[in-house]
Write a protein that binds this ligand. Sequence first.
Ligand SMILES: [Zn+2]
Length: 211
Amino acid sequence: MFAINHAATGLIIKKIYPDVPMVVILVSVQLIEILWVVLNFLGVEKTITEDKVQSVSDVHLKFMPFSHSLVSTAVLAAGAWIVLDLGFKAADMGTAVALGICSHLVLDLISHARDIVIAPFLDSRKFGLGLYEKPPFAFVFETIYGIFCWWLYGGSAALFWIIIVFNIANASFFIKAIPGPERLMAHRPFSITAIIALQIIVTAVLVGLYS
Ligand SMILES: [Zn+2]
């Protein structure tokens, strides 16, 4: 799932746990993506592309068992919960952060092609419902999901337009007929990592400011 809609998920968590600072929630929903960015830049995890990139279906998240796997996410969420709830006695924050971390993988499992393994170092089958193999459906799903988060939260008009504009800005990644920056990304995995890192930062700042 794209950064804007992971950030929008933070709105649902904020609605349930209003006393937990939004900045903490926004980091939690993107924590495994931040890990993915760092591990891709370090060359530990790997992203590859087709010779021509026209949409997300031409980008393959080839190897990412440390940032995106069922076990690594569960360990990260449990670790955060233990530190915050049992260590710092911040029960709400512990649960909100654990939920945020898990929400990321659940949403990626819905949207991604089959690229999520069970655990690092385990040669298992890969999971993903495959919406990104049918990008126009993914575009509609992601946009409606972002609006749903906004509606559930009861957000401002500005927040609504931030979610809409960022989803529309990603349209070229979903609809082959619309040209966009993805055309320049063939065999340049670091450019994909960089644009995702940028989206994580910008969307978190905007959703945080206007929530
Ligand atoms: Zn992800």
